[in-house]
Design a protein around this ligand. Structure first.
Ligand SMILES: [Zn+2]
Length: 177
């Protein structure tokens, strides 16, 4: 199948201020395993995070990055304590600032991204945003019993004990000769 550009791995590093000046748009994926704090906060390091970042200059002449990050992350169901996969979507609206002081002066619709001059770690920024969007608690949508049987999270544990009636059936059907 034809691969869309969004399957490319997002570059880890970049100069956000230069990106904003040049109107750079980045689209790609970050393997979940590359974000240690997300791995720590969830139950699985499998999968990828879809990321779209548009660096631009806002109408207030601020250097900003607008975009989103989304992923299916595995959390623990608070009802049955089994893994449950939940879609996590984070919308990103950050203004790139030098320090806390500048952060305080931002228009309300922007959160600050405090970055020193030059190259910044884009994964770190995305990780921070994603962590803020993690639900505090997660539950299976379907009744938990069903999810246990059908979810792809873990191999299903089938009870191996023999049904006494089955044993009886076997005895009955065994050849008498
Ligand atoms: Zn559950």
């Amino acid at each position: 199948m034809f691969k869309t550009p969004s399957n490319k791995v997002l570059p880890r590093q970049g100069d956000p201020r230069k990106f904003a000046q040049h109107g750079v748009c980045l689209e790609g994926v970050i393997p979940v395993a590359e974000l240690p704090r997300v791995v720590e906060a969830t139950e699985s390091s499998d999968g990828e995070i879809q990321v779209k970042l548009e660096f631009t200059i806002s109408e207030e002449r601020k250097k900003v990055v607008i975009g989103n990050a989304s992923a299916d992350l595995t959390l623990v169901c608070q009802r049955c304590l089994e893994p449950v996969t939940v879609p996590v979507e984070s919308s990103i609206s950050l203004a790139i600032v030098w320090d806390e002081e500048a952060a305080k002066a931002l228009p309300e619709r922007f959160d600050p991204w405090i970055a020193s001059e030059g190259i910044a770690d884009l994964y770190d920024m995305v990780e921070e945003e994603l962590l803020l969007s993690l639900p505090a608690v997660a539950y299976h949508e379907e009744p938990c019993l069903d999810s246990k049987l059908y979810s792809s999270g873990k191999p299903v544990e089938v009870k191996k004990e023999k049904n006494p009636f089955q044993v009886l059936e076997q005895l009955k059907s065994s050849p008498k000769s």
